[in-house]
Structures are given as structure tokens and as C-alpha cells.
Design a protein around this ligand. Structure first.
Ligand SMILES: [Zn+2]
Length: 65
């Protein structure tokens, strides 16, 4: 599980986006940015954002699909 805090990206926003993969988080973050902040995620921004995504629940919760 990965998560991204909107405020880490630079918005004054309590938004938290979660996903199973970084791609999923990015996708949801892009939707959130468009929806809530009327902001388009550029490829440069996506690259920056992906460095801000944190892995959650390291250690044990092995989800296999
Ligand atoms: Zn936000």
C-alpha cells in the first residue's frame, strides 16, 4: 500500500490518496488535483509527486493477487 499526502505536494489541503501501487496513487492524485485543485498533473509534476509517495505497512501484510 502506498500513500501520498496532498500537502506534501505543496497544496494547503488535508487530502490523502492511497493505492496498492504507486501508479494507482498517481492516478488518484491526478484525479484529486483536477477535481479539488483544478490542477493538471504534468509529467514533470508526476515525477516529483512519485518521489513523495510513501510506502505504507512495510512488514508483514503480504498481499498477493
Ligand atoms: Zn488536495
Amino acid at each position: 500500500m502506498f500513500e501520498l499526502r496532498c500537502k506534501d505536494v505543496g497544496f494547503d489541503c488535508p487530502g490523502l490518496v492511497r493505492g496498492v501501487t504507486k501508479e494507482e496513487v498517481l492516478k488518484q492524485a491526478a484525479a484529486h488535483a483536477a477535481d479539488v485543485h483544478s490542477t493538471q498533473i504534468t509529467p514533470e509534476m508526476a515525477a516529483k509527486v512519485s518521489t513523495l509517495i510513501r510506502e505504507q505497512g512495510a512488514g508483514g501484510n503480504g498481499a498477493t493477487s
